[in-house]
Design a protein around this ligand. Structure first.
Ligand code: SAM
Length: 232
């Protein structure tokens, strides 16, 4: 369970209404039962239920069960598409170990707005589901141009482009260090965007194979290749 509290021996954790409902209403836990929690910073802890009501409750930290483990420094940058597919992208990126998930507005991006809080909640759920101790940060929608204007010198960028000929080998040959993967919208990138991206010294144009993948499939394929090369 993800909790927004510092964790340490004897620390009391007040539950939100939703968490209390889940633990005591759905999972039917009672006072004295154990619950594993993490907060994205202090590793995983075993807690005991001290107070169990349907709308609130308190857990008390007993013992650390795993140290904090952060994923490699990888950003997943993507152009948001339809709501359900964007949700899928955030969920899969969190499961597959992206350290930061960054929706970006490109020339052919249809959504002008995202619900950052909702997407962050999906990332939390995905982190809970896969038993990690880390929750990736989901940033707010940024313009691609703005992101490239302030691109960090030491961060490599795998720019996934279906117009690039060749096989999916470059991502699999990535070298260690801060990385980012960029996936475009359903309409792909515009020519000015391609030119700008190709001119960025840290950018590597990457093919994911000869077929045009849907953006959500491309995210999973690119993360898989990157994990093969540099994953933990
Ligand atoms: N513009 C394209 C079209 O309509 O023909 C399709 C874009 S594709 C659905 C969405 C994004 O997925 C692309 O911008 C790219 O980042 C990524 N992508 C899909 N297939 C790819 C491939 N074979 N190689 C590299 N990237 C790919």
């Amino acid at each position: 369970l993800y909790v927004d509290h510092p964790l340490g021996e004897g620390q009391s954790l007040a539950l939100t209404r939703e968490q209390a409902h889940y633990l005591f209403g759905v999972m039917r836990l009672n006072v004295g039962d154990g619950v594993l929690v993490f907060n994205g910073q202090d590793g995983e802890w075993r807690t005991d239920v001290a107070i169990a009501n349907k709308r609130n409750g308190v857990l008390v930290c007993q013992q650390q069960t795993a140290p904090q483990r952060n994923p490699p420094d990888l950003w997943l940058i993507f152009a948001p598409i339809k709501k359900a597919r964007t949700d899928f992208i955030v969920e899969k990126a969190a499961e597959m170990g992206a350290a930061r998930i960054m929706p970006v507005q490109t020339q052919f991006t249809n959504s002008e707005r995202i619900r950052q809080d909702r997407l962050q909640a999906h990332a939390v759920e995905a982190a809970e589901q896969c038993g990690g101790t880390f929750v990736p940060e989901v940033t707010d929608l940024t313009k691609l141009g703005t992101l490239l204007d302030t691109w960090p010198e030491d961060r490599q960028l795998s720019f996934c482009d279906e117009t690039e000929a060749g096989s999916a080998t470059r991502l699999a040959g990535a070298t260690p260090g801060p990385w980012a993967i960029l996936i475009g919208p359903e309409g792909g990138f515009s020519e000015p965007e391609r030119t700008r991206l190709a001119a960025l010294p840290q950018s590597h144009v990457v093919s994911l194979g000869p077929r045009i993948l849907r953006a959500d499939t491309a995210v999973v394929a690119a993360l898989t290749l990157w994990q093969m090369a540099l994953g933990d």
